[in-house]
Design a protein. Sequence first.
Length: 338
Amino acid sequence: MSAGIDIPLFIRQINSKNDLGAAKTIYDANYFGFACGKVCPTEVLCEGACVYNHSGVKPIEIGRLQSYAAAKALDKDKKFYSAGAPSGKKVAVIGAGPAGISCACELSRHGIEVDIFEAKSMPTGLTLHGVAPYKITNTETLAEMAWLERQFGFRVFYNHRISTAQDIEQLEKNYDAIFIGIGLGETAGLHIPGENLENVLGAVEFIEQLRLHQHRVSLPGKVIVLGGGNTAMDAASESARLGANPVLLAYRRSREEMGAYGFEYDLAKNVGVKALFNAMPVEIIGMDRATAVRFVRTRNDNGKVEAIPGSEFTETCDWVIKATGQAKGNPLFRLIDG
Ligand SMILES: Cc1cc2nc3c(=O)[nH]c(=O)nc-3n(C[C@H](O)[C@H](O)[C@H](O)COP(=O)(O)OP(=O)(O)OC[C@H]3O[C@@H](n4cnc5c(N)ncnc54)[C@H](O)[C@@H]3O)c2cc1C
Ligand code: SF4
């Protein structure tokens, strides 16, 4: 439910004006206390489990309280932790996302020397490159990372992708253990004609561009977002906020079967996104650039999506964003299996 944080304790500490004590309670259980308070889907996690829900009262805003207390520690640069007495052990961490960094913090606390190897030029993985920017800013994300580095002193080597069997062998030779925290891959393919046209973007890559270019990204015209998960909602909301009009969210199943949280869908609707349900893309049409998407209507046949023959229709577009999930097979695993 929560990340094992003692929520009642930190709320009591805030209530008794012990904000730094509350921050310590949070960070003892979760090294991304500030970021999680900002980005967690609290409505379905801690706040969803709040007893107030049973009495029809608005739940306590646990996420907001959490990031409030955590921010106090960051603002004051409060030193809570330090590296443990050297154990003589060394660990290589691949990937400076939340998983890799949390691992590095924990190991450093136990006196284990840690080097992190990160493919990109910046840390925190999808917190910086994927989470919708209205939830957390780059400055906030990087401030928490810098604070953690000051607490524990692990090293991060940026622009350092581990990509060959030799890289792995080298790590095996130089370290006692390797932690792999590389997350998932790029946006998964749809396997339909036209998906590689110029103006057909992956949702994860699209949001990454927004985050890196601080919203100086232009997306004029009509955008069709394909998918029904939270990333599809983020991509649709962000397109609408960038001025795209109209923004059409097309999902191959029904509204009820959509994986996205209800509040994420509501956010998208509130910025003008229109939805098309039971519509499965079969082709993206265009020469160099996509000009339309051809869909077929669907129905649910015992849990399976079934195309309804003769129900094809097209929607014109200026951009297509594929929000079809992240590919699971990071190429690195193939090297290790081999
Ligand atoms: C678009 C999007 C929006 C999201 N929004 C939310 C949200 O609002 N709230 C929420 O709680 N969660 C959200 N998530 C999920 C959350 O971002 C992930 O659960 C979290 O980032 C996973 O952390 P991780 O460390 O496992 O992986 P990642 O964050 O993916 O980090 C992996 C790191 O490893 C690096 N790496 C990969 N391969 C290599 C290699 N071979 N060598 C070296 N480095 C490598 C990557 O560059 C990256 O920095 C979202 C995810 C996406 C895709
Ligand atoms: S905000 Fe809620 S769900 Fe997220 S870490 Fe904190 S207690 Fe857990």
